[in-house]
Design a binder for this molecule. Structure first.
Ligand code: SAH
Length: 266
């Protein structure tokens, strides 16, 4: 068997959902990839940028089922690249923000495969923005902390997180009650304005706003699902003044028309 030169793996951020928030570099690479390895949380319109003959390999969680294990994803990226393929590893938001992109980069590094990281618009900033919440605002909040409610085997440092000016908590869904109680126990005021942004920038985006003490109950009543972020801090109250900045409907349909028009030129 002749020895082939390995292909390159691109760890690409697909943005928070709305395909209009994909970067031009991401779209360009998708159009050239031989294989696209993608997760749940990727808008179907985004995949339409892929070459018609590209292999689309889904490695996300389907309806509560088990996701493909990280080691298997790493191995898949390496084996696809070793076949000489150009591989786009498409991840929600930004690859290096709670996306395990760093682990994939390390695996590629260890295997001697060339790779590039293409940043994406993280939901940590975009979902609050789409809900009318600036994560920082002069005289209101001068810093923002991104954290996750889940840490394998390790509890988050709630005392530290309770002191954040703006706190954006990823993967908050399943442990919302625990997170809010822990923040209050660690000294955050129960009346702090908070919001949950579910499916930010998607067609079905929902926003729930309540004081920290009651947001978990409100979320339960509204049956908030995944993906969702919890935003804690005074910046949340700016929403009420930014009503006209909040788009009445996400721009998904507009972006989709643009993509179709673009595809028509090929
Ligand atoms: N790398 C991604 C985050 C991956 S972790 C990024 O930069 O956005 C997955 C978590 O991200 C979800 O549990 C949820 O908390 C958050 N998330 C992703 N997309 C979201 C969206 N459109 N709206 C709200 N939260 C989102």
């Amino acid at each position: 068997m002749s020895k082939q030169v390995s292909g390159t793996v691109y760890l690409v951020g697909a943005g928070p959902g709305d395909p209009g928030l994909l970067t031009l570099r991401a779209a360009w690479l998708l159009g050239r990839a031989d294989a696209v390895v993608y997760d749940r949380l990727i808008h179907p319109e985004v995949l339409k940028h892929a070459r018609p003959r590209a292999r689309l390999l889904f490695v996300g969680k389907e309806g509560g089922g088990e996701s493909v294990r990280q080691e298997e994803i790493n191995a898949l990226l390496v084996s696809q690249a070793r076949l000489g393929r150009t591989v786009v590893r498409l991840k929600g938001g930004d690859p290096f923000v709670f996306g395990r992109g760093g682990e994939e980069a390390l695996a590629l590094e260890a295997a001697g495969i060339s790779y590039e990281v293409v940043p994406g618009v993280s939901s940590g900033v975009a979902a609050p923005a789409a809900a009318g919440i600036p994560v920082t605002h002069r005289d209101v909040s001068g810093s923002v902390t991104f954290a996750t409610g889940h840490r394998s085997g390790k509890a988050p440092d709630w005392a530290h997180l309770a002191g954040a000016e703006t706190l954006v908590l990823f993967m908050a869904g399943s442990r919302l009650e625990e997170a809010t109680l822990a923040l209050i126990a660690a000294g955050r005021s129960p009346s702090t304005p908070t919001a949950i942004v579910e499916a930010g920038t998607w067609e079905h985006q929902r926003v729930i706003e309540a004081p920290l003490a009651s947001i978990a109950q409100r979320a339960r009543e509204a049956a908030v699902g995944s993906p969702a972020l919890l935003v804690v801090g005074e910046v949340v109250s700016l929403r009420s003044q930014l009503r006209s900045l909040v788009r009445s409907e996400p721009v998904v349909s507009e972006s989709a028309r643009f993509l179709k028009a673009e595809a028509g030129h090929e």
